[in-house]
Design a binder for this molecule. Structure first.
Ligand code: GDP
Ligand code: MG
Length: 170
């Protein structure tokens, strides 16, 4: 079977659930080694598309997202970016606009984008309407999915779709 190796970066404000989402990826194993040059670590996971296996190195931040900027090395050779916000925090959704700008400033190659509205289990505290997020995703050509890392819903579906788009890109 054809095998594709890709790099995926997680972006979004602190505490939206980026690390929790990664820990839900099937077959994920975290590389505990944190790169001293990038200050980030990655998790290896794979998605089987039938005709092809997409291996993803999913890079996670180590807290430096609180400075609202990542080292340029974090973005090098990236094939996809997962933009995460918390549905109970409108500001975490607004923050994504600056993350998209930072992404565009650091990556010139074609990219698969995915917008994740995490903490879907906290519906009673929702601040971000689904429709507004859906429209934002459409405006940047991103896959859109509401997820709950807590209840483990939506994560597999979103990464499957990202793998499909990566396979079309590469
Ligand atoms: P990060 O800073 O973006 O990596 O966020 P973390 O993964 O560290 O999560 C921040 C906090 O949100 C932790 O207390 C998590 O347990 C919590 N959290 C993450 N995902 C969910 C979710 O889907 N639902 C709920 N209720 N809490 C979550
Ligand atoms: Mg984290």
């Amino acid at each position: 079977m054809r095998e594709l190796i890709s790099k995926v970066v997680m972006l979004g404000s602190q505490a939206v659930g980026k690390t929790s989402v990664i820990l839900r990826l099937k077959g994920s194993r975290f590389d505990k080694h944190v790169s001293p040059t990038i200050g980030a670590s990655y998790c290896a996971c794979k998605v089987n598309l039938g005709h092809m296996e997409v291996k993803m190195q999913v890079w996670d931040t180590a807290g430096q997202e609180r400075f609202r900027a990542m080292a340029p090395l974090y973005y090098r050779n990236t094939n996809a970016a997962i933009l995460v916000y918390d549905i109970t925090s409108y500001s975490s959704f607004v923050d994504l606009k600056s993350w998209v700008e930072e992404l565009n400033g650091n990556v010139d190659n074609p990219l698969v984008l995915c917008l994740l509205g995490n903490k879907h289990d906290l519906e009673d505290r929702r601040e971000v309407p689904t429709e507004e997020a859906f429209n934002f995703a459409a405006s940047i050509g991103a896959v859109f999915q509401e997820t709950s890392a807590y209840q483990n819903t939506g994560v597999e579906e979103a990464f499957y779709e990202v793998a499909v788009r990566i396979s079309r890109l590469c």
